[in-house]
Design a protein around this ligand. Sequence first.
Ligand code: AMP
Length: 299
Amino acid sequence: MSLAIVGSVAFDTIRTPWGDRERIVGGSGTYCSLAASFFTRPRIVGVVGRDFPKKTLALLRSRGVDLAGLKVKAGKTFHWEGKYEEDPNRRTTLRTELNVFADFRPRIPEAYKGSRLVYLANLNPEHHDFVLGQFRRPAVVAMDTIRLWIDTKRDVLLRELGRVDIFFANDEEARLVTGELNLISAGRRLVGLGPSLVVLKKGEHGALVFGRDFVFGVLAHPCEHVVDPTGAGDSFAGGFLGYLDRAGGQGERDVRRAAVYGSVMASFAIEDFGIGRFLTLDRSLVEARFRQFRKLTTF
Ligand code: AMP
């Protein structure tokens, strides 16, 4: 089992109509590796400052996350602040303090170099080359992106899409990258740009997975009280890739099940602020929700 996750490990300040949280633990790499830890032993690559809580590092370790690639540097941890409207799909970034993340040029530990799956979470696409060049021959390279890179590094992003196997995007990102309003057209266009799988996340409406010759739809778990949507996308990717790592293959059946596990992990992430919900979760609850998904869509 070998999934390497390259992403941010952060403090987040979250503002929602239901309450705020200051400087709680977040980050794309954190959410993704915690979600993946219910399926495999993920390897995280990232950087934090000396202010990052040792307690959280111990927690990640206790969940089986390999921290050999997480550097602790003098300075402050990356800090992001976001605000949600009544509609949890609407988010505004209020602040991004890169701090030690600013010159993040990750050195991949020797023990990670043979990883079978590599996930580049929200990474500046200009740094993909440097990161991927250090891995031997990953069978699957996956990436997602954020609006910032679509707006500022569009050409590099399009080039990088040509060399990855899986692209995760939300509906807004898919529309921005392709210029297509219709999501089905956007998904097909994205597959045409290179990835053999494109996963379009649609918030409370679930996700669509586009393969070269199939489309698969998965619902989101019906949730009446979204507490904090932060990290839903990264948790989806963690569940998806963690399951693929455990399954060992990437056939259509594996991909369909991976998408359901992705949706399951995203549904847990939004039930509490930050990574809170993952702390009380266990494998049996994950499997129980997987079965609920099956019930929800069987007819
Ligand atoms: P998501 O809600 O899945 O899109 O991801 C939210 C996470 O992304 C938060 O925990 C943030 O810490 C992290 N994040 C926000 N902006 C950036 C950025 N520019 N680079 C890396 N990670 C970021």
